[in-house]
Design a protein around this ligand. Structure first.
Ligand code: UT7
Length: 330
């Protein structure tokens, strides 16, 4: 792995998944589904589900501690904390503030960033820019979700897809680690109802009616999201590579958002990047939204597949719609 003092580097990575596994077979006893349907349509076999005592900030804490240890950075050195999540512990204060307290940090800038499943890559982009500005020295960027808290366990079309978990990265200006080499973040808010949590915000505050209509749970038009996902991920990947004078052939590793293996396969075809360059772990975790890319990155890194001098591409899409991509130089 190379270091470059003029660039922002990933000094360390960490992740955490709750202990409790929920298999497809167990799910098929709760809703009208089957292991065969779920695995063949999505590639998911099981997902992790947090306990009632674990909130998003608890998952974030474990991932953050692992990343700090990996980076060999003391909590005191962190002066910026960004948490990407759509399942904050509460609407406010931010999960980043709760995490700050749990880590015992002082005098830090803390905020949550909400770009759904693209959130971690968005957060890396923002932290990269803030570190480059010179106002902060070291950032902790976390993607953490307790999606089980907003899943409708009576809706088979969504409850089989998601899981809980967290991933974290420590970013700094100096040191050894993969270099962040460029970002592309975008959004199209024209069709928010394709994937949303309709109630609980200012447009539909909680009421007896919203509860009865189950509007506090995630709602999704799966087919439309699928089509849009493939389109915007191809755009985000291809456009970013072009802007950096690269082609898909130059990419050694792709860490895509882990939503559905068929989405990843379609992306592989469209970008003409073979599937063996895509890192997939969605079979074990399902879709963990903002946590999916950092968990996958951490696992891929620990498996030793990244070699010095190689190029990585992160590519994500999510509710909004949002999309985001990033280039890493190992
Ligand atoms: O981070 C972004 C999050 N969202 C996504 O990435 C989701 C993107 N979309 C997808 O991954 C896919 O659209 C799904 C996996 C959600 C669905 O797969 P599909 O091949 O698009 O299935 P479908 O929605 O077209 O449904 C096909 C059939 C339907 O039955 P009929 O109408 O053909 O009789 C559904 O009712 O499958 C049925 N179905 C199920 N059957 C068994 C839907 N969910 C289930 C289920 N088990 N869990």
């Amino acid at each position: 792995m190379t270091s470059n003092s003029s660039a922002i580097v990933l000094l360390g990575l960490g992740s955490h998944a709750p202990k409790n596994r929920l298999t497809n077979l167990e799910l098929s006893k709760k809703v009208d589904t089957s292991d065969e349907w779920i695995f063949s349509r999505t590639g998911i076999s099981e997902r992790r589900i947090a306990s009632d005592e674990e909130a998003t900030s608890d998952l974030a804490l474990c991932a953050a501690q692992n990343a700090l240890k990996d980076a060999d950075v003391l909590p005191d050195e962190i002066d910026l904390v960004v948490v990407a999540t759509i399942t904050p512990d509460m609407t406010f204060p931010s999960t980043a503030c709760l995490l700050q307290h749990k880590l015992g940090l002082r005098n830090v800038c803390c905020f949550d960033l909400e770009a759904a499943c693209s959130g971690f890559v968005y957060a890396l982009d923002v932290a990269d820019a803030l570190l480059r500005s010179g106002r902060y020295k070291k950032a902790l960027v976390v993607g953490a979700e307790k999606l089980s808290s907003i899943i409708d366990w009576e809706d088979r079309s969504t409850c089989v897809l998601f899981g809980d978990g967290a991933g974290a990265a420590v970013l700094g200006r100096d040191g050894a680690g993969p270099r962040l080499d460029g970002f592309l973040c975008g959004a199209d808010g024209a069709n928010p109802s394709l994937l949303c949590q309709p109630a609980g915000g200012s447009s539909r505050p909680a009421s007896n009616e919203t509860l009865t209509r189950r509007e506090h749970f995630l709602k999704m038009n799966g087919r439309e999201i699928f089509k849009n996902a493939v389109r915007v991920m191809e755009y985000a990947g291809r456009t970013l590579l072009e802007r950096h004078g690269l082609t898909p052939d130059d990419v050694d590793h792709v860490i895509p958002h882990q939503a559905n293996r068929r989405i990843v396969e379609s992306l592989s075809q469209r970008l003409s990047i073979p599937m063996d360059k895509f890192y997939c772990n969605l079979e074990k975790y399902g879709n963990t939204s903002a946590a999916s890319i950092p968990i996958a990155m951490d696992e891929a890194r620990r498996s030793g597949i990244f070699k010095s001098g190689e190029t990585g591409l992160l590519v994500a899409f999510g509710a909004g719609l949002t999309w985001a991509s990033a280039i890493l130089r190992f």
